[in-house]
Ligand binder design. Sequence first.
Ligand SMILES: [Zn+2]
Length: 53
Amino acid sequence: MTTTIPCPICGKPAEDPKYKPFCCGRCADVDLHRWLGGVYRIETNEPGEETEQ
Ligand SMILES: [Zn+2]
């Protein structure tokens, strides 16, 4: 019996044992960069957040 763990990055079934627990090398790379880069800085342009002078 094989248990398929969903990829933590995209949620697809990680069927390839080569890239476990990720589904592909791309997702493994994304996770790697998260660790290396610390925190992903996502710029959010929320209305009301602007500071005009
Ligand atoms: Zn994935």
